[in-house]
Design a protein around this ligand. Structure first.
Ligand code: PMP
Length: 406
């Protein structure tokens, strides 16, 4: 598996920094907040009281209970309509080492080798890599100009070997949020064609405009025998804790949660017990809403800067990222990102990182082709420090103007 271009940029940026250069970081999507004191106190308590044993495959009850409480509190209308409270939801939940491991378990849990899965053509790169690891064929569905899924592109690619499609709203890398009607149609499609709908909700606590609906809520409104949504949550962004590696999946039924828990064992042994106890405090008492307000200001600032500097690209409505169209530079996204880093000391992620599509094997292993729709852009993280954001946008626009004029 090739190392993602994201980490290549990070490596080069630290090299420049180690040589004394100053780099503005608009690359990695690290939340700009300190970990809540509740979570760190929870960790200290767990360690002090010796809660360092193995955890059951699905997670310890305290963590699963907190995840259930949080999910019911986050989607109160859907939960009430479906008759879920934390107690009845808990058996449907399985803990994971971040959203990443949850997705690996979900993909290998619902697909067999030789099956196929439909992914957005511009998407977080791990989906493709995880499908490859599971021996599952990736097919790519088209997105509209605002980077939202095109229903007919999903519909037309479903065949007898299709087991699932993944959606990610708000999206990484585009920040696109699917309107509620689209979510309803995607859910109807999954029900009708009897495929799983994997709802990657890593950024669900950061939506800044418009109505927001998740496929999970649609699923809860459906009769039990039609439920088909596996909703994957990450604590990394919501609780500013990417290094604690926690997440969870809400399954349509308790049996599927048990099956996924069975995969946790070979995938990672088990979750760390003290970290689950710590995060349980976060899930119960540390509401991400205030952090979302801060990010909303940075989002507004990013939209304003982009408009003032004439930087185009799809409008994000949530998440932490904005795509900027650099096609006028005449460069591919990786070349542009490398020049921006070397000449202007601004780190961004090349769009190519989100469009690596496997095209078989070559003499040196797997071969990938970069999807054109992704290669037109670089991704900036607007959660970054506001001064770095303003300077970074200025320098990016300067390089783009300079290349455009050349
Ligand atoms: N999905 C998306 C779209 C992401 O961007 C990320 C984090 N970068 C994840 C899932 C998983 O994050 P984690 O493993 O840190 O929970």
């Amino acid at each position: 598996m090739p190392i993602s271009p994201i980490w290549e940029i990070v490596r080069l940026a630290s090299q420049i920094q180690s040589e004394g250069g100053d780099v503005l970081h608009l690359d990695i999507g690290a939340p700009p907040f300190r970990l809540s004191g509740l979570i760190s106190a929870g960790l200290e308590d767990a360690l002090r009281s010796g809660r360092t044993g193995y955890s059951p495959p699905a997670g310890i009850p305290e963590y699963l209970h907190a995840a259930a409480e949080r999910t019911v509190a986050r989607f109160p209308d859907g939960a009430t309509r479906a008759g879920f409270d934390a107690r009845s939801l808990q058996p449907r939940i399985v803990g994971s080492q971040g959203g990443t491991q949850a997705l690996m378990a979900v993909i290998s849990g619902v697909c067999d080798p030789g099956d196929n899965i439909l992914l957005p053509e511009v998407a977080w790169p791990n989906y493709v890599e995880q499908a490859l690891l599971a021996g599952v064929e990736s097919r790519f569905y088209k997105l509209d100009e605002q980077m939202r899924p095109l229903l007919h592109s999903i519909e037309s690619q479903i065949d007898a070997r299709t087991r699932a499609f993944i959606i990610n709203s708000p999206s990484n890398p585009s920040g696109a949020v699917c309107p509620p009607q689209l979510i309803r149609s995607l859910h109807e499609l999954a029900v009708e064609r009897q495929v799983w709908l994997i709802d990657d909700l890593a950024y669900c606590d950061f939506v800044y405009e418009g109505d927001y609906l998740t496929a999970l809520e649609c699923d809860w409104a459906a009769p039990e025998n039609e439920r088909c949504v596996l909703a994957v949550f990450s604590c990394s962004k919501s609780y500013s804790a990417p290094g604690l590696r926690l997440g969870y999946t809400v399954c349509p039924d308790p049996q599927l949660a048990c099956d996924l828990a069975g995969l946790n064992d070979p995938l990672m042994g088990c979750l760390t017990t003290p970290l689950q106890l710590a995060m349980a405090q976060g899930l119960l008492y540390d509401d991400p809403a205030q952090r979302s307000e801060v990010l909303k200001e940075r989002w507004l600032e990013a939209l304003d800067l982009a408009a003032r500097l004439g930087l185009s690209g799809p409008r994000p409505s949530g998440g932490m990222f904005k795509l900027i169209d650099i096609s006028a530079s005449g460069l591919r996204s990786t070349q542009f990102a490398l020049r921006l880093l070397r000449e202007e000391h601004v780190a961004v992620v090349p769009g190519a990182a989100f469009g690596m599509h496997p095209v078989g094997h070559g003499p040196r292993g797997l071969r990938f082709e970069v999807c054109r729709e992704a290669d037109r852009f670089v991704r900036v993280c607007f959660a970054s420090d506001p001064q770095a954001l303003a300077q970074g946008f200025l320098r990016l626009a300067r390089l783009l103007d300079c290349l455009r004029a050349a």
